[in-house]
Every structure is written in C-alpha cells, then in structure tokens.
Design a protein around this ligand. Structure first.
Ligand code: B12
Ligand code: SF4
Length: 463
C-alpha cells in the first residue's frame, strides 16, 4: 500500500529554493503534522512525505498511490485543492486534515474524498484501515488527542535539506487571543507529553538545531513551569546536545531557575508575542496576560538575554486602536524592549478565530473570494478593512516599522550591544541582515499585490 503525505506550498511564501543557496535552509521548516501521521502509520504502508516547500515534484511521473493525505494551513488551501484534484483525476482517494480542513469543513468536503478534523491520533489508523478496504468515510473527527498517544514523529523520512528539525512537547493554550486559532483547534487545556517520550524524540532528530513548535513551551501556571523545568533537567541529563528555539509567553522571564535550566538544555532563542505596544491594543486582542504584575518588558527581555538566549518579538498592526504612526511606534517599542529581531504582521482574520467572527459580522473581510483569496492569508498582506487605515496606509505603516527597526544604525547598535555582552553577535548580525534583506522582497510583494488586487481593493479605506 502506497501513501503520499503532502505539504502544499504557497508560492507567495515559498519563494525560497534550497538548492540555490544554503542560507535558504534557514527559511524552510519541517511539516511536523505529516511526520506525526507517518509515525502512526503501520509498516504495511510505504510512506513518502512530499514537502512542496523544497520544490513540487513531477506528480504524474510518480507511481499512483493508494491514498493521498494532504495537510494545509489556510494560506496553503488553494494549492492543496490543486494537488487533490490531480490525484483524484488519477483515481487515487484523497484525505485532507489539519487546521484549515477543521475550520472550513464544508469547503474542503467539496474538494476531497474524506476529511479529518481536529487532532488525528485517535482516528488515523481507522482512516488507513478504511482506505485499504475502499470504504473511506466522508469525515472523521479526532477531537483532542490523548497526549500520551502522540507518537514519535518519523524524523527519517524527509531529506537532510533543512537547517532545523522539529518537535512538539505540549498542545493547547488557555489564553485564547482574538486573532489566534490555537485555543479553538488544540483546546484551552495545556497538555504535556511524557518527558521520556520527548527526550527520546529529541535524540532521534538528526539536525543539530531544532524548532520546538509548541505555542507556549513553558505554559502559564506554576505546575506548567514545574514540568518545563523537569523537561529541561531531563534534556540536560540525557545530554541531547541540540540547540533549540521555541515560542514562549513573556512570563518565561520571571523565573531565573527556569531560564538557567532552559539555557543548559540548549535553548538558543525564543519567539515572544508582544502583539501591541499599547495596553489598549493588548486589551483588544485579549492578551492582558502580558501586562500582569506590572510588567517591565525591557527588564524581562534583558533577563532572558543574560542567559545567552536571543529574543524575537512579534507584533500585530491594524488593530482598531492603532492610529497612523503605529508602524514607527511599534519599531520604537521593540527597540526599547531590546529584542534582537522583530517580526510584525498585519491583523488577519483567520477562520475559527474570534477576530474572524467579529470582522465577518461587520463585513470587514475585504479579500473574500474563497478559496482563491486564501493565498493572501499569510499575515503578510492586508486582507481586511482596518479602522484607521486605507490599504495603502497600512502597507506604509508596515514599511515604516520594518525600515525603522532594521535601519543600519539600529542594527549596528544591537550587534554592538551583543558583541559587548558576548552574546552571539554573529547570529545577531546575520538575523538582522536577513530581516533587512526581506524588506526589499516584501516591498516587491506589496507592489505585485496592489497591481493584482488593486481594483478590488480601491474602495478599501478603513471602516
Ligand atoms: C510550526 C508552525 C509553523 C511553521 C510551519 C512548519 C510546517 N511546514 O508545518 C512555520 C514557522 C513555517 C509557520 C508558518 C506560518 N504559520 Co504557522 N504554525 C506553526 C504551529 C506553531 C505549529 C504547527 C505544528 O507543527 N503542529 C504540530 C503538529 C503535530 O500538529 P498539526 O500540524 O496540527 O497536525 C495534527 C492535526 O492537525 C492533524 N493533521 C494535520 N495535517 C493533517 C493531514 C491529514 C491528511 C490528516 C489526516 C491529519 C492532519 O494531525 C496532526 C496530528 O494530530 C501552529 C500552531 C499550532 N498549534 O498548530 C501555527 C499555525 C499553524 N500557523 C499559523 C499561521 C497563520 C502561519 C502563517 C500563515 C503566518 C505566520 N507567519 O505565522 C505562516 C504560513 C506558512 C505557509 N507556508 O503558508 C496559524 C494557522 C491558522 C490557519 N487557519 O491557517 C497557526 C494555527 C497559529 C495561529 N496563530 O493560529 N507556522
Ligand atoms: S497567540 Fe499564543 S498566547 Fe495567544 S492564544 Fe495563541 S498560542 Fe495562546
């Protein structure tokens, strides 16, 4: 039995070609969901994972499979449907799962033979059994998996062309920010995989560097933090020898022991969602958590960095409380907090979020010719009607934000500070130059976006 598991590309995101430059290896990330599915697939199935981000293969030249499984974030949905159509024309059954299939069930049902909603651990073997007997059901609902059932992912199946391996140690998030789909999809209960499984899986990863995909590696409550400490101790004890990066909330900074243990276990950098430079912005997205205990962001960031851990800050622009000048204000706040890199995104209504429900009810979703328009739901294009900005206005805010944070004097100041503190100055320089290089690519993307979508968006001038 032959199974293809496919991660479709979005050409607006997958502009990198790994063969062209070794540096591009740092911009493609492994499709862990498919590696987990492969980890649950019985040996009678011959499994191949196709990651189109490494280049789409010549599907017609490949042997006809007995089953095709496709994953997709919303931004990959168009391409997912193209790939599904190809295999269905060949007569191969197609099953789709993942976040988009779960949030847009009816749309996906029309385009594939079977849909798996939710986490797949509880139903995947049944799907394979049914496929083997030609009796696939139209829908399987995995709901939330028993966390101890999450298998070791198949880290051996993808080619050695990625800079980072990938692993997941927890699922779920209680914070339910308005723009985020994680609480709806993975639940509000924070679930932690057994520590021995995680350590064993780290040891099975060949790459030296690893992305921990958890939405919040350390969690928010004392018992979550205690478990994170146990995990880091176990990793250090087992000498896993990986340098890893992870997403955390700002409370990571509040516990010196936690920071020291994380650094000892190999933590090289963290992504933190600051979301907005204003308390009003944090209230709007529902992340007042960031402000608990009278938070001093600069001091928090410095505490993390003192352990040799780089901090990438993420912000959103286009909130209802944002006014002209928000781009510059965000860059200034990020510089003041002292983050090593800044990643700013457009407020984007993603299906299944509270923001989607709100914007849809207020008729504020500007790019809504679905499924075609999903390719713009990358958070790097303005797809909605923003309260205080025209389409051009919000793009200019983004350009001003990136231009200001990644100006040559600011980059030099950051690199100099890292040199002075002996804190990975070369990585800091390369990271900053890579983000600065992206500004040109982004500007070209905005120009193309306005050329292609300009007519449809002419009337978009705020709410
Ligand atoms: C790692 C990650 C990335 C990596 C992607 C690596 C990769 N190629 O997969 C990177 C950094 C590249 C990335 C990029 C983006 N991401 Co992202 N990312 C994540 C993150 C944190 C973890 C995903 C993961 O690996 N989970 C672990 C695996 C095991 O879980 P899973 O993929 O959900 O798979 C399970 C089930 O869904 C199901 N399943 C999945 N696929 C399939 C297929 C079949 C056939 C079946 C049966 C079942 C099945 O089975 C699996 C086991 O239970 C999620 C948050 C989250 N918790 O999901 C956001 C998330 C998926 N990303 C999100 C977004 C918005 C993006 C971006 C658009 C924007 C951005 N800048 O972040 C880009 C777009 C990339 C693109 N190509 O278009 C949103 C997506 C929402 C949506 N509706 O699409 C999420 C949910 C975060 C959020 N804030 O809401 N991301
Ligand atoms: S943005 Fe982060 S903190 Fe907020 S709900 Fe999503 S995963 Fe949780």
């Amino acid at each position: 039995m032959r199974l293809y598991l496919i991660n479709p590309s979005n050409p607006l995101v997958s502009i990198v070609n790994v063969k062209e430059s070794r540096w591009n290896r740092y911009r493609v990330w492994k499709p862990l969901g498919l590696m987990v599915l492969a980890g649950m697939t019985p040996p009678e199935w011959e499994v191949s994972i196709v990651d189109e981000n490494l280049g789409a293969p010549d599907y017609p030249a490949m042997p006809r499979p007995d089953l095709v499984g496709i994953t997709a974030f919303t931004s990959q949905a168009n391409r997912a449907y193209e790939v599904a159509a190809h295999f269905r024309r060949q007569g191969a059954p197609v099953v789709m799962g993942g976040i988009h299939a779960t949030m847009r069930l009816d749309e996906v049902m029309e385009r594939v033979d079977s849909v798996v909603t939710g986490e797949a651990e509880g139903v995947w073997r049944q799907v394979l059994e049914d496929a083997k007997h030609g009796s696939l059901k139209r829908r399987y609902d995995g709901g939330l998996a028993e966390i101890s059932d999450v298998p070791l992912a198949r880290h051996d199946l993808l080619p050695a062309r990625y800079a980072f391996g990938a692993i997941q140690t927890t699922r779920g998030c209680p914070l339910n920010c308005s723009f985020c789909s994680v609480t709806t999809f993975n639940g509000a209960r924070y679930r932690q995989r057994p520590i021995p499984d995680v350590v064993r899986e780290f040891q099975a990863i060949r790459e030296k560097r690893v992305l921990v995909v958890d939405d919040n590696l350390v969690g928010t409550r004392p018992e979550h933090i205690a478990r994170a400490k146990d995990l880091f101790r176990a990793m250090a004890q087992a000498n896993v020898r990986k340098e890893w990066v992870a997403q955390v909330t700002i409370n990571f900074a509040d516990d010196e022991d936690l920071l020291a243990l994380a650094a000892k276990a190999g933590c090289g950098g963290v992504f933190i969602g600051f979301e907005s430079p204003t308390p009003e912005g944090l209230a709007e997205v529902g992340k007042k958590f960031n402000l608990l205990k009278g938070r001093d962001f600069r001091a928090s960031v410095r505490r993390i960095q003192r352990h040799g851990i780089l901090v990438v800050g993420s912000f959103i622009i286009g909130l209802d409380v944002d006014e002209p000048g928000i781009g510059r204000r965000t860059a200034d706040a990020a510089s003041q907090y002292g983050v090593d890199n800044l990643n700013t995104l457009f407020l984007t209504p993603l299906p299944g979020t509270r923001l989607w429900d709100q914007m849809e009810s207020e008729n504020r979703i500007a790019l809504s010719a679905f499924p075609e328009d999903w390719r713009y739901y990358t958070l790097t294009f303005p797809v909605a009607r923003y309260k205080h900005f025209s389409l051009d206005g919000i793009i200019q805010e983004m350009i001003s934000c990136d231009g200001s944070f990644y100006s040559v004097p600011r980059i030099l100041r950051r690199v100099w500070a890292n040199l002075w503190r002996r804190r990975k100055p070369l990585i800091s320089l390369l990271g900053n130059l890579s983000y600065r290089g992206n500004i040109r690519v982004n500007c070209q993307a905005y120009t193309d976006f306005k050329r292609q979508q300009g007519n449809r968006l002419d009337g978009v001038s705020g709410v």
